[in-house]
Design a protein around this ligand. Structure first.
Ligand SMILES: Cc1cc2nc3c(=O)[nH]c(=O)nc-3n(C[C@H](O)[C@H](O)[C@H](O)COP(=O)(O)OP(=O)(O)OC[C@H]3O[C@@H](n4cnc5c(N)ncnc54)[C@H](O)[C@@H]3O)c2cc1C
Length: 406
């Protein structure tokens, strides 16, 4: 039987970051990826300053990525263009980097660091009679490992085996995207339209985006939270078409370059660790409900588990769960509560008007939504987040009880 210190299931940003850091620390690590090298992932391709910071930590060169200076928010007739906030913790710029290239660059870095990468191979966790994950089952037989890292993205078969499915009581998102040519491909601001409506005129909690990629194209798409009324019958293709029609003139958009494709945004997991395993990135339900961002969380949690395993393989899984909780749980919990709040039509409509009402408030909105609050110097955004956490905590039972019927 083949044995490794660490086996990673999935070669997206979370799995690659785990492997890069682990291999650089001298850990014997293999990544199994069911797709090809350079496989695509349905995504907006947007990297916040927080994500750029994580890529810097991994020493990934970003010359090929299109650098982004800030965000343009549109709510009804109001538009506000803001630069990313200056913090001591994160760089002051973001980026747009199509996932084929970003993910290939990460996997190449993992290979350079010494990780073994096995493509076109789907594997599943192997759990013994005591419930310990002891390795993976590959098409060619079983491999064992001291630690299995589930980095398989939005929960599916592998998560079910480990009991790491999403929590059915928590919200999740669905989003769709494609590409189109535009003369504005080199814009330095990404754009988010916060006032999306479905074909019945129901306000959609989510946003439509245009993320210029700097290569002649823009990534166009939209996403919605499961807390909205009529979510189950929401037609994302129609939503995307309507949004494209709305934006066609201002961006001189060409036809879709590929069929729009949709995928899930997991925002919870029933478990993210257990004996012999941890989940990272989307597999751990780590998507920011306020903006749909997940790449950063995958990179950060991948690096974290590699560091902890290197320090002490015995305590790594427990430690990981605790540190992820400290770093992200309160923010993500507030985000999930917020998504129940904006699932209410009237609150969504009025809240949006408020969120972009003045430059100062829009700046705070940007910092809060992007999880760009520096814990050392939290400022107004930090104070607002603390208050929001408390108030949403109190309102949470009511918001859930009165949630829109799907
Ligand atoms: C439409 C849309 C737009 C988005 N826009 C953004 C954005 O602009 N910015 C942002 O930060 N986030 C965005 N997200 C979220 C982001 O795409 C994810 O959070 C991110 O890809 C998570 O990375 P990951 O490595 O955890 O999972 P993934 O990127 O999904 O990678 C998981 C990998 O595991 C492989 N795999 C799965 N099962 C197995 C198995 N059994 N064996 C072997 N391999 C397996 C898959 O092939 C895949 O390559 C968006 C999501 C959607 C749906």
């Amino acid at each position: 039987m083949t044995h490794r210190d660490m086996i990673v299931i999935g070669g997206g940003p979370a799995g690659a970051a785990t492997a890069i850091r682990a291999a650089r620390l001298g850990i014997n690590v293999t990544v199994f990826e069911k797709g090809d090298h350079g496989r695509d992932k349905v995504c907006g391709d947007g990297l916040t300053p927080r994500a750029v910071g994580a890529l810097n930590d991994l020493e990934i060169e970003l010359q090929e990525a299109h650098q982004i200076q800030g965000l343009r928010m549109i709510a009804g007739s109001k538009t506000r263009e803001l630069d990313w906030p200056e913090t001591s913790r994160f760089p002051a710029h973001g980026a747009v980097w199509p996932r084929r290239q970003l993910d290939a660059a990460l996997m190449d870095a993992a290979a350079t660091a010494g990780a073994e990468l096995i493509y076109n191979t789907e594997v599943l966790p192997d759990v013994d009679a005591d419930g310990r994950c002891i390795g993976v089952t590959t098409p060619d037989g079983k491999w064992t490992a001291d630690l299995v890292v589930l980095a398989a993205g939005a929960q599916g078969k592998a998560a079910r085996i480990l009991g790491a499915e999403r929590d059915p009581n928590e919200p999740f998102g669905l989003a769709i995207r494609t590409y189109a040519e535009t003369p504005r491909h080199a814009d330095r601001h990404i754009e988010a339209c916060l006032t999306l409506q479905d074909e019945n005129g129901v306000a959609v909690p989510g946003y439509g985006w245009l993320f210029p990629a700097g290569d002649g194209t823009v990534n166009i798409g939209c996403g919605a939270l499961s807390t909205m009324k009529g979510f189950k019958s929401l037609n994302l293709n129609k939503l995307c078409d309507a949004y494209r029609d709305q934006m066609r003139d201002s961006w001189s958009l060409g036809p879709y370059l590929e069929r729009p494709r949709a995928w899930r945004l997991p925002m919870s997991a029933q478990k993210r660790h257990g004996p012999g395993w941890v989940a990272v990135g989307d597999a751990a339900g780590l998507v920011n409900p306020m903006n749909g961002e997940g790449i950063d969380y995958g990179l950060e949690t991948g690096m974290l588990i590699a560091d902890l395993f290197n320090k002490d393989p015995v305590t790594a899984t427990e430690q990981y769960d605790q540190l992820v909780a400290e770093r992200f749980d309160s923010f993500l919990r507030t985000g999930r509560r917020f998504s129940f709040l904006i699932g209410h039509q009237a609150i969504l409509r009025n809240g949006l008007r408020l969120a972009v009402g003045t430059d100062t408030i829009a700046r705070i909105t940007l910092q809060v939504m992007g999880n760009l609050i520096d814990s050392d110097t939290p400022g107004a955004a930090g104070r607002i987040m603390t208050v929001a956490d408390k108030l949403l905590g109190i309102a949470d039972p009511l918001l859930r009880r009165t949630r829109a019927a799907a």
